[in-house]
Design a binder for this molecule. Structure first.
Ligand SMILES: [Zn+2]
Length: 323
């Protein structure tokens, strides 16, 4: 059956995205004078992360949560070296916004460090709870993605010596051979597959019980997005994919992906699952998808929340088909 793809301009909203974050001030990252001024300024704000979890303000049952910001003075009192702060950008008032990433061992060695860090909450839980605004989620996502990259880039992949952060945390340089390393955003295709009347959603082994989502996979070297979608779907589900159309993309901070969201036409519908990864995949009608989104599907199946592009892909199908 021919597939009527939606127009990318009608694609639904989702909350973690770069337009909701900050002015990134990329041109100022190497300007030491500007940076030192911002690092010491009264209006600057610092977000603390320990083992990639975020320090937040929260009431006992976590029904109200916000990012916990520290001033330059508070960072100084904790004995943290401000020069290790990563510049996330400037807010609407022109104030510097930074992240400082610690290991829990480091935090516990700083007087008052553990208090400054409690409670620590994983960003994925915060996103699922819907506790943070789009802007806070997007800023926290950027901080987590950068912190995760710094964590695995401490040593030079070329000569094995230590690397040091440069340019306000946007570059690392080897102390021995001067090899440079830049923050990564790994591309992955995430795809709404449809046969014209139904869409294909999968349940991965790592997912919560009865949680289904759009299928996704990493782009390999030498591959474009369309080829990636066709290969991944053939490998994971046995489906042959025809036309592939780009809809929208999303920075996904687990750990630092760029999700490229597409619709794709299924030319075949018989499923042969690659069960090592994918526990189940099924075809769902738009009516079923609407029930899953509303939380009243007969089998109790749920789908991702509005922080993710997966939600927007699924919603675009529910909006488009069989309404
Ligand atoms: Zn090196």
């Amino acid at each position: 059956m021919p597939v009527d793809f939606p127009d990318a301009k009608d694609f639904p909203q989702f909350s973690i995205r770069s337009e909701h974050a900050l002015d990134r001030m990329a041109e100022k990252r190497g300007d030491r004078g500007w940076l030192e001024e911002r690092l010491a300024a009264g209006g600057s704000r610092f977000l603390l992360l320990a083992n990639l979890s975020l320090a937040v303000n929260s009431n006992a049952d976590r029904s109200e949560t916000s990012l916990r910001w520290h001033s330059a003075g508070e960072i100084g009192k904790l004995g943290l070296d401000r020069t290790r702060a990563i510049l996330l950008g400037c807010d609407a008032g022109g104030h510097g916004v930074f992240a400082v990433s610690l290991s829990e061992a480091e935090a516990s060695s700083v007087p008052g460090g553990m208090d400054a860090l409690k409670p620590l909450v994983d960003l994925r839980s915060l996103a699922l709870q819907g506790a943070l605004s789009s802007q806070d989620l997007s800023v926290a996502g950027m901080a987590r993605a950068l912190a995760a990259w710094h964590d695995v880039t401490r040593w030079c992949g070329r000569c094995g010596a230590e690397t040091r952060p440069r340019d306000a945390g946007w570059r690392r340089e080897c102390t021995a051979c001067e090899q440079e390393f830049f923050p990564r955003a790994d591309p992955a295709a995430i795809v709404l597959i449809t046969d014209g009347t139904r869409c294909l959603l999968g349940h991965h082994k790592r997912y919560a019980h009865k949680f289904y989502s759009t299928l996704a996979g990493f782009v390999e070297p030498g591959e474009d997005i369309e080829a990636c979608v066709r290969r991944e779907m053939r490998e994971e589900t046995g489906i042959t994919v025809g036309e592939v159309t780009y809809m929208a993309s999303q920075p996904w901070p687990f750990p630092h992906l760029l999700m490229v969201g597409c619709w794709a036409q299924a030319l075949t519908t018989k499923l042969t699952l690659e069960e090592d990864e994918l526990h189940d995949a099924r075809w769902f009608t738009a009516e079923e998808v609407r029930r899953m989104m509303a939380g009243n599907h007969a089998d109790g199946i749920t789908v991702p929340g509005p922080h993710s592009i997966a939600y927007a892909l699924i919603k675009s199908f529910a909006d488009r088909c069989g309404a």
